[in-house]
Ligand binder design. Structure first.
Ligand SMILES: [Zn+2]
Length: 297
């Protein structure tokens, strides 16, 4: 970028007389440099402010999920196209609502909305300090027919991705913390940052996610990513309308949607957007389910 700016500067400086005239004085040159610098800083700021936490850049790569969704779509189409001249029928539409990083003060509100709308969801939970007080909410979550999945005890990337041992130790701590409220062992797991995140490389090397995914499979866990992101944990605290719009936009024409949302203290707007999000899926003909029923990839 600096090289480009330098070339631009040079071409302006050596260009037609009109430009030379404009940049002739030292003051004018200094002004132009300051202006360019301010532009660069503004661009960097906009990029940083727009980057959502939880499912952006280093976080998003739901390859396994996409494969599962594609398999489901293919399965539906294959079943319909068996007989010559048979009418084309679109595959069944299914939505899997998922909430990460709870429980928190927001979780009860989310559960109220789900109850009101009569739909199930999946909660990938955390047992960090902020969550400890709300862990009993998991008993209500289970009693109301929702699925609890494993996310992380600490959710600290530097700790959990420092080695595969550290990761499974953290999961063990989470299992122990939620055991009093979740009677059945959890079979679903969502890696913090997603299964193909690159943030883990910084702490555990480039192969750590591949290794962890293989180990998760050996241990019998279903690893669940997402293909629709509400971007509700973005730094700028998105509005209710923005969260709704993000979900609807990302659904596009997907028949199988795993929607990533959050039920943290900071994402109260998600709970407020949820009734309209659920109604949108209902009107579009989607069935609601929990991720343990996702078709195998
Ligand atoms: Zn998370």
């Amino acid at each position: 970028m600096w090289v480009k700016l330098y070339h631009l500067w040079e071409s302006l400086r050596r260009g037609p007389g009109r430009w030379r005239q404009l940049f002739r004085t030292r003051r004018a040159r200094r002004g132009a440099v300051l202006l360019a610098g301010a532009g660069v800083l503004a661009a960097l700021f906009v990029r940083a402010a727009a980057a959502p936490v939880g499912c952006a850049n280093e976080d998003l790569a739901p390859a396994a999920l996409m494969a599962a969704a594609a398999a489901q779509s293919r399965g539906g189409q294959a079943a319909e196209s068996g007989a010559a001249g048979a009418q084309e029928k679109s595959p069944e539409k299914v939505v899997y609502l998922t909430f990460d990083d709870g429980p928190s003060a927001t979780t009860d509100t989310v559960l109220d909305v789900l109850k009101e709308e009569g739909v199930p969801a999946t909660f990938f939970v955390v047992s960090a300090e902020n969550n400890a007080k709300y862990l009993p909410t998991l008993a209500r979550t289970v009693a109301e027919g929702h699925l609890v999945g494993l996310h992380s005890a600490s959710h600290r990337y530097s700790k959990i991705y420092s080695s595969t041992d550290a990761f499974w130790q953290d999961i063990g701590e989470l299992q122990a913390a939620i055991a009093p409220y979740v009677p059945e062992p959890c079979t679903c797991l969502r890696f913090p940052g997603g299964s193909s995140n690159t943030v883990s490389r910084k702490y555990g090397g480039s192969g750590i996610m591949k290794e962890l995914k293989a180990q998760a499979e050996e241990k019998g866990y279903r690893v669940v990513d997402w293909n629709v992101c509400a971007e509700d944990a973005a730094g700028g605290h998105p509005t209710v309308q923005e969260i709704y719009d993000n979900v609807v936009r990302e659904v596009d024409d997907r028949a199988s949607c795993v929607v990533l949302m959050h039920d943290t203290a900071a994402t109260k707007n998600t709970a407020k957007a949820l009734p309209d999000i659920i109604r949108w899926f209902k009107n579009a003909g989607y069935r609601f389910d929990t991720v343990d029923h996702l078709p195998a990839a």
